[in-house]
Write a protein that binds this ligand. Structure first.
Ligand code: HEM
Length: 208
């Protein structure tokens, strides 16, 4: 299967939510409470891309879905893009760079602290998402650093759960999805470990 167009398709698909938001903004289609609409819209797209990024690894182990691996990096970068938009929108439009409120949010409101942890941990991931960074850091260290995505996901879901405004099941749905995705990673880890136990590397086999 030709998959070279996959990243290009992902690039286009990832910009669509932003274009739709911009279109609604320009045409005054964001409802009465535009601040809340934008905060929710960007928060929703952040968590969707976050889950997609995490889902790609288990999915690519399904026969035929291996090419999905090529989308992981771009999906991660879109997560960071929408999270940054989400946070900047809150600071610039909701609290209008009022440092006292921002400081209070990040000191006393656990909902904001969780969101901030999720966003801050994504910065080193986005900054090292390029081939040159992988070469510079070495694969092992790079993979270790990129495990931070799990902490980000956990903090992102907790942030949503703690929002507590909506009576919908959405945050619980994401918590369940995250549990399934993390459990699938544990299963993959054990499978890999068992395989390497059954088929040890040649030099290890000789030394036994
Ligand atoms: C990875 C990081 C983050 C994720 C995944 C995330 C996700 C979300 C989600 C899913 C919602 C609820 C949307 C809905 O009700 O449909 C939300 C709400 C919100 N988030 Fe975040 N968020 C993140 C970081 C942040 C940061 C850093 C801030 C600000 C400093 C922030 C501020 C807010 C606010 C103010 C709302 C409430 C919107 C409202 O109901 O009026 N978030 N976020």
């Amino acid at each position: 299967m030709k998959t070279r167009w996959f990243p290009r398709l992902m690039f286009v698909l990832g910009t669509l939510p932003f274009c739709w938001l911009a279109w609604r903004w320009v045409h005054h289609q964001l409802g009465i409470n535009t601040v809340e609409t934008v905060a929710r819209y960007t928060g929703d797209w952040t968590i969707r891309f976050l889950m997609l990024t995490l889902a790609i690894t288990p999915l690519r182990h399904i026969p035929g879905l291996q090419p999905l691996a090529r989308l992981r990096r771009m999906s991660g970068l879109y997560t960071f893009f929408y999270a940054t938009l989400h946070a900047l929108h809150y600071w610039a439009r909701d609290v209008q760079w009022n440092w006292q409120i921002i400081q209070e949010d990040l000191t006393y409101r656990r909902f904001f602290i969780a969101g901030m942890i999720a966003w801050t941990l994504m910065i080193p991931l986005a900054a090292t998402s390029f081939d040159r960074a992988i070469r510079w850091m070495g694969g092992r260290r790079w993979r270790l650093l990129h495990k931070l995505i799990y902490v980000t996901a956990l903090a992102g879901v907790v942030h949503y759960l703690w929002q507590g405004k909506t009576a919908t099941l959405d945050p619980l749905g994401y918590a369940l999805l995250l549990t399934i995705l993390l459990a699938s990673r544990v299963v993959l880890f054990w499978k890999r470990k068992r395989r390497s136990h059954v088929n040890p590397k040649p030099h290890l086999a000789h030394s036994n």
